[in-house]
Design a protein around this ligand. Structure first.
Ligand SMILES: [Zn+2]
Length: 302
């Protein structure tokens, strides 16, 4: 556990702050308050980071410690009910410079209200590692688990979504298209690193967002294994999670995702139950523009 007191005024990393927040909410409230003003230094790392907390000095952005996960060859059949919500954009649609289709954009005030509603009702946003441990190791999940996922890697992830999640001590998974780091409206590699450093899960969403069943051979491998490699280079740790563009999937694509080493992958098929026997085709709940806090709660409750 991090010793907050020993951390000095500003050098407790964002990652450490989230760890604290997730571990002990009462303590976290004061920790976040104390460190909030230095949050802009997170991810930048460099500088005189000496004499910091026990987490270790950060002369450069330290990669998160992420264990290498693997799919067991013969998993014990297990299933858990974890609604996985799918968001895309969280932005004021009228002012979007990089337009998405309207249904894929949730207004920031609505998103904040939806997350607040989940929090108020006692839902716990879990990370992919917790889902993996529940499916393959039988580890318990918190009560009323929900997994929040955000597709496509718009810059909204950092600007609109992360602040709301932090307020509620929640985590989410961001599925990133690795060929878009330099496109306007999308997260840069450095910004993806910031999300990762803030304790969020990062998954791959191919290099160019193509429908994968149309591909085979080297082209398919490049989109699947290639996007994993791209992200691992950016983050400096294993990237084990994948989302199929358009939810489009077939047996050949699943085999490619398995070969690439991903352990959990999501489709756009509706549903709330995940199985250890189908970890690479997990269903999700689309949260579109027409949803409200009440309809999100209804969808999650099933
Ligand atoms: Zn997508």
């Amino acid at each position: 556990m991090i010793d907050i007191g020993a951390g000095g005024p500003f050098r407790v990393s964002a990652r450490a702050r989230v760890a604290i927040a997730l571990a002990a909410s009462a303590l976290a409230a004061s920790a976040l308050g104390a460190c909030g003003s230095s949050s802009s230094s997170s991810g930048a790392g460099g500088g005189s980071g000496s004499g910091t907390a026990a987490a270790g000095p950060h002369s450069r952005p330290a990669p998160r410690r992420v264990p290498a996960l693997a799919l067991p060859p013969n998993p014990r059949p297990r299933s858990v009910r974890v609604p996985i919500l799918t968001y895309h954009r969280v932005h004021v649609y009228a002012t979007e410079l990089t337009k998405s289709t309207p249904d894929l954009t949730v207004e920031p005030t609505v998103f904040a209200a939806e997350v607040a509603a989940l929090d108020r009702r006692g839902y716990h946003a879990i990370g992919q590692g917790q889902l993996y441990a529940a499916l393959f190791e039988g580890r318990p999940l918190p009560p009323k688990p929900v997994l929040i996922s955000v597709d496509d890697g718009y810059v909204d992830g950092l600007k609109e979504i992360l602040p709301v999640l932090r307020r509620h001590h929640m985590v989410a998974t961001f599925y990133i298209i690795t060929g878009r780091f330099h496109e306007p409206g999308f997260l840069t590699a450095g910004q993806v690193r910031q999300l990762d450093g803030a304790g969020m899960d990062i998954g791959a969403h191919t290099r160019t967002h193509v429908s994968l069943p149309a591909l085979s051979g080297a082209a398919l491998t490049s989109q699947v294994a290639g996007s994993r490699r791209d992200l691992e280079r950016v983050l400096g740790h294993p990237v084990d999670y994948f989302a199929y563009p358009y939810g489009a999937v077939d047996a050949n694509v699943i085999a490619s995702v398995r070969r690439a080493g991903f352990v959990l992958a999501v489709t756009t098929q509706g549903g709330t139950r995940e199985s250890s026997l189908a970890p690479l085709t997990m269903p999700r709940i689309h949260v579109g523009r027409a949803m409200t806090p009440a309809s999100v709660l209804a969808a999650v409750a099933g």
